[in-house]
Design a protein around this ligand. Structure first.
Ligand SMILES: C[S@+](CC[C@H](N)C(=O)[O-])C[C@H]1O[C@@H](n2cnc3c(N)ncnc32)[C@H](O)[C@@H]1O
Length: 344
């Protein structure tokens, strides 16, 4: 039997919907009751462990990563051996009951540490793409799948996008000039990774132990204006969602030695202060001091990624590869990989 640990690398699915009824669009998918959400998660094989919401969206910490529900958008990110793509059908069905139809889909993931442990339809990227092709409606006719390579054969970025004509047009609107940044970190500093282990008989529950880890690790300082919903697993592991107005951020940590992994994801606007983006990136990598990490930036403008290496190289990491690809539904994706140059 193959030796296998916990698969930290997440699969990430973003679905956009459209509808005609302004009343529905106002709350849209947020009208889904908890039973319906849990039914979607049953198909994926995970559960909700904590939740928070504001006037813009709802954020759920899952047993395996996170779910964000906006009125016309869902982002679901799951790790381990979950079957994320199995959420597409039930989500489309529930959305249709609310008068919402799918208009764009983006699926991304890194390279699994334990690919042989993945169940259908995640046994290979080819299998995932076939599943996506078969389960998406035909109006999403602009489709592209790509594996973006790096200098390290075990680190590549898998991207599938699909969109209809309506969404392609919507992307040219100024309000849509946002970026998504996904950071995948491996070989975490061992001392820092220990902070994501619970102390035996600490008398805390997942929420209170999570809150303690958020403070002790400096995660609460990454975006001090975010409301944080955090959870510590037993005996180790950590997840958090940050909500700041209409923006989310999320961190997930698998601290076990041998397959340690942490991820950070956030959204922003290309009009954000570049110094603020650089400061945030620096704080993130210093919480984990990984030996290797990748930064994937998805944006309809070409600029944001140029600040990544400039922010991180002075801290002792070197950008080893940088590749860019264009996608009809998502703009450009830039995939950069970094390894330690020298410790500072
Ligand atoms: C859900 S968390 C974060 C996952 C995230 N994708 C990451 O960055 O690795 C996974 C960590 O929690 C631990 N863990 C403990 N109990 C767990 C449970 N019931 N479900 C999922 N993970 C659990 C795992 O061993 C692992 O260290």
């Amino acid at each position: 039997m193959a030796v296998s640990g916990f698969e930290g690398f997440e699969k990430r699915l973003e679905l956009h919907f459209f509808g005609d009824d302004p009343v529905v669009i106002d709350m849209g998918l947020r009208l889904l009751d908890f039973e319906s959400i849990q039914e979607v998660l049953d198909a994926v094989q995970c559960t909700v462990v904590s939740a928070v919401g504001n006037q813009y969206f709802d954020a759920y910490v899952l047993s395996e990563s996170s779910l964000f529900v906006y009125p016309t958008k869902v982002i679901i990110k799951t790790c381990g051996t979950t079957q994320l793509l199995k959420s597409i059908r039930p989500l489309m069905n529930y959305a249709q009951d609310l008068g919402l139809n799918l208009c764009a889909c983006r699926y991304t993931r890194g390279s699994f540490i334990f690919p042989k442990a993945q169940p259908f339809p995640h046994t290979s990227f080819k299998e995932e793409v076939i599943y996506l092709e078969e389960n998406l409606p035909i109006n999403l006719c602009y489709r592209k799948a790509s594996v973006m390579p790096s200098k390290m054969p075990s680190h590549s970025w898998h991207v599938f996008t699909a969109s209809d004509q309506t969404h392609l047009v919507a992307q040219t609107m100024p309000a849509e000039i946002t970026f998504t940044m996904e950071i995948c970190m491996t070989e975490l500093d061992r001392v820092l990774a220990r902070k994501f282990f619970r102390r035996a008989n600490d008398g805390k529950n997942g929420d209170t132990a999570g809150k303690e880890m958020t403070g002790l690790t400096g995660i609460d300082d990454i975006n001090p204006s975010a409301i944080i919903c955090d959870f510590a697993f037993d005996p180790c592991g950590y997840s958090m969602n940050g909500i700041d107005g209409d923006r989310y951020s999320t961190i997930h940590v698998t601290p076990e030695d041998g397959y340690s992994y942490a991820s950070f994801e956030c959204v922003g606007s290309i009009y954000d202060d570049h110094d603020d983006i650089a400061k945030m990136l620096k704080k993130v990598v210093q919480v984990f001091k990984p030996a290797t990490f990748s930064v994937s930036t998805t944006c309809s403008s070409h600029e944001v990624w140029t600040h990544v290496a400039r922010a991180l190289e002075p801290l002792g990491w070197k950008c080893r590869s940088c590749v860019m690809d264009e996608f009809p539904a998502a703009g450009s994706v830039v995939f950069q990989t970094f390894t330690v140059a020298r410790r500072k």
